[in-house]
Design a protein around this ligand. Structure first.
Ligand code: HEC
Ligand code: HEC
Length: 393
């Protein structure tokens, strides 16, 4: 398996060396990308609908049945960091979603109760409020629905909601905190629903800081000339070229488009390991639809350099290796033609013929969309939302 990738990689390097570099006029390209996105060079998209334009993340939206409040965010944060949510009282959500590790856990696969390992890599929870479905296979359709699943998962926190509710009711602080967080609602007691609502509300406030790409996007609107210049120049020529490639020749925009840099869809990029030791059927496990075998949710690439190792199985820890794989048009898997369960790789993957300089530029762009992980953005989000609603009134 490993050898197969090494060979593929070497193939790529030699292919890259022979392709000729055509560096675009970067001064002109910068001018074009300083214009509003509608006036940017046209992106190379196979399906116009999915390839939404890149841009600044909007403020998070809070569902009507679970509105934002300071007390609820504070409660959700306390719950997120509290190991009492696990049977052993040793594992918190934050054990596997650690802000110092890009809100993931830095491991290939996570381990939880009794150091048992799960079979997937922990994604970052930063910006998770912008996904339509949660988990690599999308089996949860809201953060509220997702939040209780790790608590009862035997290899994660291995607890039951009933026991957790009893434990929290016996605590000195929690009963009061739930009352405050759900004041005004008919039901302000400690129960699974409210635990999930508080955690989900806190998670919606974990959003990434401005990256140097975001600053570049903001530079035309800066009134202070020095700031305008700094915001523009922080985004290097190499990253700018990478942005252009991302949207055009490298085709990343076909799936990693939009402000989130994810289309919120599921695709098969050939990492199913079908009938091999790492087999993971992905989206199929949530839908039972054979055409979903091997599809995984397109992860957001915002902050991607902070969230190593990568992919649903955490088997990739070299970003150049990932780009080399895309450059080949994905892994070369062959399956028995008569097997109707066999995974079908996305047609959106095609050999790209990127040369070494172009691969470096893409890497520079991925670095430019990575800001330092947000430590606690909840205060910032709440004060911005408060300012906005004041301005609206
Ligand atoms: C033992 C490690 C571990 C613990 C503890 C844990 N998680 Fe996770 N988390 C994971 C893994 C692994 C996944 C991916 C699982 C999958 O996709 O099947 C995940 C996925 C998620 C996602 C989905 C992100 C996305 O992009 O789809 C969210 C949100 C999340 N966890 C929040 C939480 C919350 C809230 C808690 C505490 C109640 C928690 N996690 C506890 C390991 C953990
Ligand atoms: C066909 C849709 C598609 C295209 C095109 C695509 N990706 Fe992906 N990308 C995905 C999916 C789906 C995953 C998750 C796959 C998995 O874990 O098995 C992924 C995962 C990744 C990851 C791992 C992120 C993480 O947090 O684990 C990186 C990095 C990445 N893609 C970069 C790129 C780049 C760079 C390009 C352009 C060269 C690109 N992708 C093109 C769909 C796509």
């Amino acid at each position: 398996m490993f050898n197969k990738f090494v060979i593929a990689w070497l193939l790529c390097i030699s292919a890259a060396a022979s392709a000729k570099t055509v560096t675009p006029d970067l001064v002109e390209l910068r001018q074009r990308y300083l214009k509003p996105p509608l006036q940017w060079p046209k992106a190379t998209l196979d399906q116009e609908l999915t390839g939404q334009e890149l841009g600044l993340l909007p403020l998070p939206l809070f569902p009507k049945n679970n509105p934002l409040s300071r007390a609820k965010v504070a409660l959700g944060k306390k719950l997120f960091f509290d190991p009492k949510l696990s049977r052993s009282k040793q594992i918190a959500c934050a054990s596997c979603h650690d802000s110092d590790l890009g809100w993931g856990d830095g491991r290939t696969l996570s381990f939880g109760h009794n150091r048992q390992t799960g079979n997937r890599n922990a994604p970052s929870v930063e910006n998770s409020g912008y996904y339509h479905q949660l988990f690599w296979d999308g089996r949860a359709s809201s953060l509220e629905q997702q939040a209780l699943m790790p608590i009862t998962n035997p290899v994660e926190m291995n607890f039951t909601i009933k026991e957790l509710v009893a434990r929290l009711n016996g605590d000195v602080d929690y009963p009061k905190l739930f009352e405050q967080a759900f004041a005004g609602s008919k039901n302000n007691e400690i129960n699974g629903d409210n635990i999930a609502k508080a955690i989900a509300t806190y998670e919606r406030t974990i959003i990434s800081r401005l990256s140097s790409f975001d600053r570049f996007l903001l530079s035309p609107s800066q009134t202070h000339p020095r700031r305008k210049l700094i915001f523009n120049r922080q985004f290097s020529d190499q990253a700018l070229w990478g942005l252009h490639l991302y949207r055009t020749k490298a085709r990343c925009m076909n799936c990693h488009g939009g402000a989130l840099m994810s289309d919120n869809q599921f695709h098969n990029i050939g990492l199913t390991y079908y009938k091999r030791s790492y087999e993971d059927l992905g989206r199929y496990l949530a839908t039972n639809d054979k055409s979903d075998v091997g599809k995984f949710k397109t992860p957001s690439l915002r902050g991607v350099m902070n969230n190593k190792p990568w992919m649903h199985n955490g088997l990739f820890s070299n970003m150049r290796g990932i780009i080399n794989l895309y450059n080949m048009g994905g892994p070369r898997n062959t399956y028995d033609a008569s097997d109707d369960m066999a995974p079908k790789q996305s047609k959106l993957l095609k050999p790209l013929q990127l040369n070494a300089a172009e691969i470096d530029a893409l890497l520079a762009f991925l670095t430019s969309v990575t800001a330092t992980p947000a430590r606690d953005s909840s205060m910032r989000v709440m004060s911005t939302l408060a300012d906005e609603s004041k301005a609206a009134n």
